[in-house]
Ligand binder design. Structure first.
Ligand code: ATP
Ligand code: MG
Length: 581
């Protein structure tokens, strides 16, 4: 869309300096598996790799976590403290009788105890199932029932939300309540256990990590529900190998970094890149309990001298809406890398970052199913705004047609990956048929549509279901949305194909407006004209509707299937992950 490539200075000391060479020479065993410490006596445990090995290697005093609460409270934990506390919780779980493979749901705000308990559970051989704390009772019940939850860790206020549903979870053995700083006077209900009491009565020095192997299950994550009912994706301890590798190569982690990941552990980014990738790489991680806020995020970056920041397009678009003026009030000189994932990152946003933070935003692509980054704009590589970059060394990606053959350069097809990467999902929980349907003729079919250019950069086009067929053209909604948000009036855009007797489908856009702009027929006409000037007339939207709120998943993705269902008066389907405003 006419955006110039953003080249890099080239004199930085990035972990990956020569992409082509790294890719050519890459060997999973030497360059990744062998870089883990592995458990004494054999086996692999992701929490051991994230925490304990640094302590064993003499880095116990290093700061692992800086936690900032909603009210700006602050707690700091070294790797040694994180080890001791997670051992302590591992002992607690052991005493409660946890068995390898038991599922432990964690339903909590981003408190330090979330991270400590997650690590402790992984060390005791359990499977963690973190859920976003804004969920209502029904989505929690669905997921706990679906997975067969054995334990639940939560807080008094969130526990109250679940009063009616918990008795219905027949597999549930214990509920553990975290009453941080004794905030609640009467935190426990009948049968509940107190996290603080359990931790106090049980000491970490007797704890021995479960001898998990790389093939043991570690995490179950429910997908975002952008395309339909969320699926439970099961991952193994082995995934940590690729999480470590991509943290190093795609996000450029070094032990000197202060890293801020804005994702919640209820979504895969919040565990893969909010727990495992940063800590296996020995960085200091800033964890903020609060949600989005331009001012509060900027303050944190300045105060804690954040060097690497990993966020999502929805947040970037909100930051753009908040404007460049407020950036001037903060010192961003510590920042050296910004990454984004979760949705397509509009080229406008990449360029805006470059102009306003002095750093372009690096898009990378992956899914709950892939467990770790698969394709990235690496720090040393020129950025082509709108592209999600090139595959991680060791990963083979392709764009294929309906016969599973690669399509010519530049053409749109199904984005596919050669199976066998370390962080590949092991299963969709109890959905074998669906799992099997994703593997065809030696490819994992991602469900996304993309194209690849002559230099091997991948360009996201849309979800397979979202690609629009209009008068014989295949149109990716992303391209149209990106053109629309270049207009100063438009904050966000969601584009769908609306059935049409002649063209098969026409392109229809839903937009939210920036402050100071009001919906009008004139504006709608202007936006159509504007998109025509950016795109060809056949691709530009024929209809535009103004909406107050863009329907999004709680993880911040535009729900085009909902825009479409509403437009056509069809049932809305599963809306358990719909963000309520
Ligand atoms: P569900 O599978 O339940 O429909 P979901 O696919 O949104 O939800 P996730 O696994 O959280 O659930 O998201 C992965 C998807 O997000 C990818 O398949 C892709 O469609 C989109 N995505 C992630 N990163 C990018 C990116 N950098 N560019 C474009 N799309 C992306
Ligand atoms: Mg998906």
């Amino acid at each position: 869309m006419g955006y110039k490539e953003i080249s890099k200075s080239g004199n930085e000391n990035y972990n990956l300096l020569d992409y082509d060479m790294a890719r050519k020479k890459f060997n999973w065993w030497n360059d990744a598996f062998n870089k883990m410490d592995w458990l004494p006596g054999g086996g692999l445990n992701n929490a051991f790799e994230a925490v304990d090995r640094h302590v064993i290697n003499g880095k116990g005093d290093k700061l692992a976590m800086i936690w900032v609460g909603k009210n700006e409270e602050e707690e700091k934990y070294t790797y040694l403290e994180l080890k001791q506390k997670s051992d302590n919780f591992g002992s607690v779980m052991r005493n409660l009788g946890i068995k390898r493979g038991d599922k432990v749901f964690i339903f909590m705000d981003r408190l330090p105890e979330l991270y400590i308990s997650a690590l402790g559970i992984l060390k005791s051989g359990g499977i963690i199932a973190p859920l976003f704390s804004a969920f209502g009772p029904d989505p929690v019940k669905d997921r706990m029932e679906d997975a067969g939850a054995r334990y639940l860790i939560t807080t008094p206020e969130l526990r109250q939300k679940l009063d009616d549903i918990l008795p219905q979870i027949k597999t549930l053995k214990n509920v553990i309540i975290v009453n941080k700083d004794s905030r609640y006077k009467d935190p426990l209900q009948k049968g509940d256990l107190s996290y603080e009491d359990l931790m106090q009565s049980c000491c970490e020095d007797k704890f021995e990590i479960e001898h998990t192997t790389q093939y043991d299950f570690a995490i179950i994550h429910y997908t975002s529900g952008s395309t339909g009912k969320p699926k439970g994706v099961l991952h193994r301890h082995q995934a940590v190998i690729q999480q470590w590798l991509t943290g190093k190569l795609a996000l450029d982690f070094t032990p000197e970094d202060i890293y801020f990941c804005t994702a919640d552990p209820g979504w895969v980014t919040g565990t893969s890149y909010g727990i495992l990738a940063p800590w296996t790489n020995g960085v200091t991680q800033l964890i903020y309990e609060g949600g989005f806020g331009a001012q509060s995020w900027y303050k944190l970056i300045e105060k804690y001298k954040v060097t690497i920041w990993y966020t999502a397009p929805t947040a970037v678009r909100l930051l753009m809406r908040a404007g460049g003026k407020i950036i001037e009030k903060f010192d961003f000189s510590s920042l050296r890398f910004i990454g984004s994932v979760g949705e397509p990152l509009n080229p406008e946003a990449v360029v805006w970052g470059n102009e306003n933070y002095g750093l372009p935003i690096h898009d990378n692509w992956w899914q709950t199913e892939t467990g770790a980054i698969m394709c990235a704009n690496f720090p040393s590589m020129p950025i082509r705004p709108g592209s999600m970059g090139r595959p991680i060394p060791g990963i083979e990606m392709s764009v294929i047609d309906e016969n599973y053959e690669p399509v010519p350069v530049g053409e749109i097809g199904a984005l596919a990956v050669r199976p066998g990467w370390p962080s590949m999902m092991y299963a969709y929980w109890e959905k074998d048929e669906m799992y099997n349907s994703r593997f065809k003729k030696g490819w994992y079919i991602t469900g996304d549509q993309a194209s690849m250019d002559e230099d091997g950069y991948f360009w996201f086009q849309g979800r397979a279901d979202d690609v629009i067929n209009t008068a014989g053209h295949l149109v990716g909604p992303f391209e149209v949305e990106s053109a629309l948000i270049e207009h100063p009036a438009v904050a966000e855009a969601g584009v769908i194909g609306k059935p049409d007797p002649i063209a098969m489908e026409i392109v229809k856009a839903f937009v939210t407006l920036n402050p100071d702009f009001k919906p009008s027929k004139n504006l709608s006409r202007e936006l159509i004209k504007f998109s025509r000037s950016k795109l060809s007339a056949g691709i530009a939207p024929r209809e535009i509707d103004f909406v107050d709120i863009m329907p999004k998943t709680r993880s911040g993705k535009i729900m085009r299937r909902l825009l479409k269902a509403r437009e056509l008066g069809l049932p809305e389907g599963d809306i358990s992950t719909l963000e309520e405003d």
